[in-house]
Design a protein around this ligand. Structure first.
Ligand code: ES4
Ligand code: ZN
Length: 319
């Protein structure tokens, strides 16, 4: 029995497995520049975040209809349930779809078709987090928030993803303020490839409650002290860090040191179809590479619920 856990850092578009990509391509008459799933899988060799993002955005071309988004999310939820996931907070990238002529409504209604039945079908509760692409403009992010207005009852929070370096959090101050005023929860990717200063800025300027990755905090002892003191959760993605070369090999991953430092670490899968494993695979990989003890594995699973928005909702209801 896998440990019950929550997954807090998962891009739904990053769960598109090659088989489903080809199935959707055929269904929608989209031509992929790969002969078959084997050839596509061979393209999964990444130098860095950008080289991955290029393929990630390219394959999205197959996602066109509500049913496509429903099938994508349902396939993820089935796999997640088999890996012990009981709760999933799921990112999506509306700008990447709107730019291809797929409206916000198609994306959200499609995802909801799967998420709305997830508890009964898979035993997994869900939340949706809408991410802004940080390599697009601040105005585009504001327009995206506006486009999401009719769907805000289905969207718990906002995030910030895509190419990090050169796109500091401060660029998105206004849209984060607007989202906070609408009652949306706030997270952001920071310190994946970008410097520790981006983590500080995400906390101070964007008011994030949780930091996605946050890996590079370890370069700044004062920041680590602050994250520990304020119990700021970090959503780490170990297999992603290896595939995108943020760390050389898993044995060098700072997770064990981060736990020892008292950081509220969680383990997640990021883009599991691309990075070689779903969330339990990430747990097992760090256990084996870093020699984590059973109690540390339990701590990671406990942290995942503690760091989730579900916990807060239930605490609020109880009060
Ligand atoms: C992402 Cl690993 C990662 N980092 C930043 N943005 C992303 N979007 C999808 N995966
Ligand atoms: Zn991510």
């Amino acid at each position: 029995m896998p440990l019950p856990k929550a997954e807090l850092h998962l891009h739904v578009e990053g769960t598109l497995e090659p088989e489903l990509a080809f199935e959707l391509a055929a269904r929608n008459g989209v031509r992929l520049p790969y002969a078959d799933t084997d050839e596509l899988r061979k393209a999964y060799q990444f130098e860095d975040l950008q080289s991955f993002l290029n393929l990630y955005y390219e394959l999205m071309a197959v996602l066109r209809t509500e049913q496509d988004f429903a099938d994508l999310a349902d396939a993820y939820l089935a796999r997640a349930a088999a890996q012990g996931v009981r709760h999933a907070e799921i990112f999506f990238d509306p700008q990447a779809h709107i730019a291809r002529g797929v409206p916000m409504g198609t994306v959200v209604e499609g995802l909801w078709r799967a998420l709305g039945r997830s508890e009964e079908n898979h035993g997994v509760s869900t939340r949706l987090i809408m991410c802004f692409l940080r390599d697009e403009s601040a105005d585009s992010a504001l327009e995206t928030l506006e486009a999401a207005r009719p769907y805000l009852d289905r969207i718990t929070g906002i995030g910030l993803d895509s190419a990090e370096v050169g796109h500091p959090p401060v660029k998105f101050r206004e849209v984060y303020e607007a989202a906070a005023a609408l009652g949306l929860r706030r997270v952001a990717h920071a310190g994946e490839e970008g410097p520790p200063e981006y983590i500080t800025e995400a906390l101070d300027v964007l008011g994030v409650e949780r930091v996605d990755h946050g890996l590079r905090c370890m370069e700044d002892p004062a920041l680590v002290e602050r994250l520990v003191r304020d119990r700021v959760p970090l959503t780490l993605c170990p297999l992603s860090n290896v595939r995108l070369r943020a760390v050389d090999v898993l044995a060098d991953h700072p997770l064990a040191a981060m736990l020892d430092a008292g950081l509220l670490c969680t383990v997640n899968s990021d883009d599991p179809a691309y990075f070689g494993g779903y969330v339990a695979d990430n747990y097992h990989a760090v256990r084996d590479a870093l020699g984590l003890a059973k109690e540390q594995m339990r701590e990671l699973a406990r942290n995942s619920f503690r760091a989730s928005f579900l916990e807060d909702d239930e605490e609020r209801r109880a009060r």
